[in-house]
Design a protein around this ligand. Structure first.
Ligand code: SF4
Length: 369
């Protein structure tokens, strides 16, 4: 009889050790199982061939090995962006995206089912908030993609917490996942290859500054003044005024001496005037920072349109003229709704006709080069 209550990926290594000791297993089994899970990327105890049969059976009885199950897959036309829809144990769903660049294989992962921050231009924000993801659910999204690229002889190189949800609103689970990905005895991904994005939760920014792992911080600003920002981000905007966010960011930089990225989704005639570019430049002047400009990705419920390219270029030019490094983010996976702000987990029953399953379609090996 199965008595599974917990995902194996929820456990830290010391917790796994305690469990194994409790069931009378020798200490070396901890390392064996850890290596299977995070090095060999095996999520089936029956395939952990150096474990005794009774232990394989016990693990299968005691733990869930598939906290997230990939139920839908979709690949962009250029086969460089891949979106997965994952079903959780309680039937909720989240999406995550794999992006293949020349030198990088990046996963954009989710930290919550839905989001409470309410960004009006974001599909996830329009869903509302359902619940936080567990550590195991966050970790397993990445492992699913890691298995996929491993089948092509590749490994993931970067993780960005920019999928569904506000990562700093689920801080304990997100940070536990960061530590899991970083663990040199397991998945072994450098901390600088991970980025946590936030809409500006100041307590979380301050806490991040004190952590020992030097992950990257990205702050979604989207407007240089509070009035406009509160319109674009109606829930989080009023709670976190720009002055408070900037104070937390300055503290963060003073403590860590790390460069902070600011994300700015460019919306036509909304936040993309040259005056607003100058206001943004004035706000960020002297900061160790970088601005990522992202022409808004279309979402069904959003009233705003992306800034046309010439205006976006002119906006960027104002920033660079003022000494603020700024790049135009390459838009990826727009046609499969995998771009920034487009993730929406309601596709399961086909409510969103833009997402069509392409099960069994393989990634092109050239796309991973
Ligand atoms: S943009 Fe990010 S913080 Fe805003 S609603 Fe969407 S997921 Fe939440």
């Amino acid at each position: 009889m199965k008595n599974q209550v917990q995902s194996i990926f929820d456990l830290t290594k010391p917790e796994l050790a305690v469990y194994l000791q409790r069931i009378g297993q020798p200490r070396f089994r901890v390392d064996q199982i850890w290596q299977w899970l995070y090095r060999a990327l095996v999520n089936d105890p029956d395939r952990m061939y150096n474990l005794p049969k009774d232990l394989q059976q016990r693990l299968a009885e005691d733990f869930i090995f598939h906290p997230v199950e990939e139920i839908q897959q979709v690949v962009s036309a250029d086969q460089r962006t891949y979106k997965g829809l994952f079903r959780l144990q309680d039937g909720q769903t989240v999406e995550a995206v794999l992006m293949l660049y020349a030198q990088r294989r990046t996963v954009c992962l989710s930290s919550q089912v839905g989001c409470a921050m309410g960004c009006a231009f974001c599909a996830t924000g329009q869903m509302g908030f359902m619940r936080n993801l567990t550590v195991g659910e966050i970790v397993d999204q990445v492992l699913c993609f890691a298995r996929r690229v491993a089948a092509q002889g590749e490994a993931l190189t970067n993780l960005v917490f920019m999928g569904m949800g506000e990562p700093l609103a689920n801080y304990p689970a997100v940070w536990a996942a960061v530590e899991r990905f970083h663990d040199p005895t397991g998945f072994d991904l450098g901390a600088r290859r991970m980025t946590i994005s936030t809409v500006g939760l100041v307590k979380g920014i301050r806490k991040l500054a004190t952590e020992s792992l030097p992950v990257n911080l990205a702050v979604s600003l989207h407007a240089p003044q509070d009035t406009l920002r509160q319109e674009l981000i109606p829930i989080a905007g009023p709670r976190y005024p720009i002055a408070e966010i900037m104070a937390a960011v300055r503290e963060y930089i003073a403590i860590t001496n790390r460069r902070v990225s600011f994300e700015y989704a460019l919306m036509r005639d909304k936040n993309d005037s040259l005056e607003q570019a100058q206001d943004l430049a004035d706000l960020l002047k002297g900061l160790l920072c970088h601005v990522n400009l992202i022409p808004l990705n279309p979402t069904p419920g959003s009233p705003w349109q992306p800034t046309p390219q010439p205006q976006a270029d002119a906006f960027r030019e104002v920033l660079t003229r003022n000494g603020i490094p700024a790049t135009m983010r390459v838009r990826r996976g727009i046609e499969i709704q995998a771009g920034c702000g487009q993730l929406w987990s309601k596709d399961l029953k086909g409510e969103n006709s833009l997402l069509q399953p392409v099960l069994g379609r393989k990634m092109s090996p050239s796309a991973t080069g």
